[in-house]
Structures are given as structure tokens and as C-alpha cells.
Write a protein that binds this ligand. Structure first.
Ligand code: HEC
Ligand code: HEC
Length: 349
């Protein structure tokens, strides 16, 4: 009895062992086949599409910061909500309240903050306010002082809107401050999120060329901003449909856009109206040349005698001397900028 049972057991064991060996064999075979196929496939693509160049994704244009959604306003008190909304309204439609025919006071040129701070200062690379609350008060070399948000807003009133400063206690200033703070929600102190402000456009090896810029202006900008650069007033007579780029109602010579690099960076990713950083239309060269053309045209002058107490801190494209370096006003304004940047680098304290 015992011998028979053992024989049966051993037979069964052999059967299992055989099955196991066959299974293992099949597994090894399919693995080898897979490896072979994979290698073969890799080889075949390689030989078909020769050395394939990698398109490196430019991280300047991916996952950019955005402003808080409107629904989050519901978390605030009705009073706070109202103030923030009034601030946004003032930034989007400044001229209705503070332009030459403004309902609150006639203290600015008819432009809106939003003309240059797109979507009320929330457009990535559209000169937004993402980093304002997190970084002000801060030292600014233009004034040589620590500036708070009120001073910074009034800088734009006095320069970009060629107007008067607002009283810091006024309802309007308080509303704008509240709104700008709101736009900066969630931005950690001292941090500047990706997509903040104006994009720093790549340098140009040659000098900018206002004449070339004029030609492109005629093709791509003139239909809205007009041949005389003065824009188009809306039917209500209070605001601009297309804001002025030069002339008596435009930004003055102390404004940020009067620096050609700022203008070029703003326009490259935001104009003609409708383009965004995702679908720009101008080449870098075109943006530089249009900037040179527009900023060669007449506009209101600002007394800048108190600006840049440390002349060595003037940016490379600040168009007014005296300078710490040996380059002319013309070269500072129109370039070539590279020698100026190199000189600055070599003489950095
Ligand atoms: C003609 C264009 C223009 C208009 C109009 C304009 N600004 Fe500006 N603003 C600029 C530019 C350009 C800068 C950036 C300057 C620089 O970086 O040198 C700027 C910067 C600012 C900043 C600082 C941003 C930062 O991150 O440091 C604030 C705040 C600001 N503007 C508020 C306003 C307000 C409020 C108004 C309306 C009362 C306004 N601006 C109207 C062009 C404009
Ligand atoms: C389809 C009409 C249109 C075209 C074309 C156009 N713009 Fe604009 N531009 C606008 C409008 C509208 C604004 C104001 C945007 C806002 O308030 O939201 C503006 C604002 C601006 C501003 C800031 C405000 C100011 O007046 O300084 C600049 C600078 C500017 N455009 C330059 C250009 C340049 C350069 C071109 C050509 C490459 C161009 N635009 C083409 C409609 C246009």
C-alpha cells in the first residue's frame, strides 16, 4: 500500500515539476522576445528619423501664476468685497472716475491703469500685480527710497497717466490698495511668481531701428492706435477705445513704458490686442524696433531731476543722463545695449 501511494505521489510531483519547467521556459521565451522586440523597435525608429532634435520647453511660459478666482471673494465681509470691487473698477475704467471728465476728480490723462496692466492687472506677462503686495514696501533706485504701495500707485498716476497723485486716505486709493492686495493673495512674502510683470525680452545685438519700427507699426498697430498715435476716444467721450501711444494724452517721459526694453517686453507678449504669451505675433526684433519708433515720438515731459539719486543705478536703457558710464544718451535710449551692459558688469561695486 505504502509503496503504491509513494509512487503516485512521486508521479504527481514529477508532473508538477514538468509543468513548472515548461511555464518557466515560456516565461523566459516571452521575456527574451519582448526585449528583442523592444530593442528592435528602438533601432528601427532611430534609423528612420535620424538624430531627433529635442524641443526644450521654455518654462517661462508654462504653469504661470494666476490671480485668485472671484468666488473666493465670498469669504470676505460684504464691506471688503465692495472695496475690492471698487478698486478693480477704478483700475479697469480709471478715466470714468479720474480722467479729464472723471466723475470723482479730473486728475489724469484719460488712460486706464488696465491699458497697461491687462485684465485689471491679472494677465500673466501682461504687467500684472501678482508680486506687489508680497514685495512692497521695498527700496527702489529710481527714487532712492523705500516705497510703499501708495507711492508706487501714485508713480503711475504721475507718469503713466501724466496726472496728479491721489491722497493716500482717499476712498479711491484705499480701494485700489485693497484690490492689489487681493490680486496678490497666496503669494508668499518676498516671492515673485512665474509670469509676474513684464517679460524680459532677449537682448538685441544691433541698435534698435525706429524706421523699421515705423513700417511694422503701420502694418500691425496703426489700425487701432492710429497713424498719429493718439488712439480713438469712445462714444461716451470719456474714455479711450484705443489708448494713445504718444502725443499730449499719452504717458510721459518718466513712465516705465518710456524705457524701450519695458515697451518691447510688454508689446511682444500682448499686442496687437488679442495675442497672449501663448500666441505672440511679433518677433523680438520687431518688438524692439516698434518700441524704438513709438518712444521716438513726442509726448509730455516730466521733471526727472529728483530721479536716480545714484546715477550708477540707472538701467541700461534709461534715456537721460548724466551717467556713470561713458555712453551717450542716444546709445542708452536706442542701443546697442550690449556694450553698456558689459561696462556696467565690469564696473559693478
Ligand atoms: C502707460 C502704461 C501704464 C499705465 C497706464 C499704468 N501703469 Fe502701472 N506700471 C507700468 C509699467 C511699465 C510698470 C513697471 C515699471 C517697471 O518695472 O519699471 C508699472 C508698475 C506698476 C506697479 C508696480 C508693479 C510691481 O510689481 O512692482 C503698480 C502697483 C502699478 N504700476 C499701478 C498702476 C496703477 C494703479 C495705475 C493706474 C492708476 C497704473 N499703474 C497705470 C505702466 C503703466
Ligand atoms: C485691435 C486693436 C489693437 C491693435 C491692432 C493694437 N493694439 Fe495696442 N492696445 C489696444 C487696446 C484696446 C489697448 C488697451 C487694452 C486694455 O485696456 O485692456 C492697447 C494697449 C496698448 C498699449 C498700452 C497702453 C498705451 O496706450 O500705451 C501699448 C503700448 C500698445 N497697445 C501698443 C501696441 C502696439 C505696439 C501694437 C502693434 C504691434 C498694438 N498695440 C496693436 C488695441 C490694439
Amino acid at each position: 500500500m505504502n509503496g503504491k501511494i509513494n509512487e503516485k505521489k512521486i508521479k504527481r510531483l514529477f508532473f508538477f515539476l514538468k509543468a513548472l519547467v515548461i511555464l518557466l521556459f515560456l516565461a523566459v521565451l516571452s521575456l527574451a522576445g519582448n526585449i528583442f522586440l523592444q530593442n528592435f523597435a528602438v533601432h528601427s525608429t532611430k534609423s528612420n528619423n535620424a538624430p531627433k532634435a529635442f524641443v526644450k520647453i521654455d518654462s517661462n511660459f508654462t504653469s504661470l501664476w494666476t490671480a485668485p478666482s472671484d468666488w473666493r471673494l465670498m469669504r470676505l465681509s460684504p464691506k471688503e468685497q465692495q472695496q475690492i470691487k471698487y478698486g478693480r473698477e477704478l483700475i479697469a475704467h480709471t478715466s470714468q472716475y479720474l480722467g479729464p471728465k472723471g466723475s470723482v476728480a479730473a486728475t489724469s490723462n484719460g488712460m486706464n491703469c488696465q491699458n497697461c496692466h491687462l485684465n485689471a492687472g491679472t494677465q500673466p506677462w501682461g504687467n500684472n500685480y501678482f508680486a506687489v503686495e508680497a514685495n512692497y514696501p521695498k527700496f527702489r533706485a529710481r527714487s532712492g527710497t523705500v516705497e510703499n504701495q501708495v507711492k508706487r500707485i501714485n508713480d503711475c498716476f504721475e507718469r503713466s497717466l501724466n496726472g496728479k497723485a491721489l491722497d493716500s486716505a482717499s476712498k479711491e486709493m484705499q480701494a485700489m490698495l485693497a484690490y492689489i492686495k487681493w490680486v496678490g493673495t497666496d503669494v508668499p512674502k518676498k516671492k515673485t511668481p512665474k509670469g509676474t510683470g513684464i517679460f524680459k525680452i532677449k537682448g538685441l545685438a544691433r541698435a534698435t531701428d525706429p524706421e523699421k519700427g515705423h513700417l511694422i507699426y503701420a502694418q500691425k498697430c496703426q489700425s487701432c492706435h492710429q497713424a498719429n498715435g493718439e488712439g480713438v476716444i469712445a462714444n461716451d467721450g470719456k474714455s479711450y477705445l484705443y489708448p494713445p501711444l504718444w502725443g499730449k494724452n499719452s504717458y510721459n517721459t518718466g513712465a516705465g513704458l518710456y524705457r524701450i526694453s519695458n515697451f518691447a517686453g510688454y508689446v511682444k507678449l500682448n499686442m496687437p490686442l488679442g495675442v497672449t504669451y501663448e500666441r505672440p505675433q511679433l518677433t523680438d526684433e520687431e518688438a524692439w524696433d516698434i518700441a524704438a519708433f513709438v518712444n521716438s515720438m513726442p509726448r509730455p515731459a516730466k521733471d526727472l531731476s529728483n530721479d536716480w539719486p545714484d546715477i550708477a543705478a540707472k538701467p541700461f536703457d534709461h534715456p537721460f543722463g548724466p551717467y556713470a558710464d561713458p555712453f551717450s544718451e542716444k546709445q542708452h535710449k536706442y542701443g546697442p545695449y550690449k556694450p553698456i551692459k558689459e561696462w556696467k558688469e565690469a564696473h559693478r561695486k
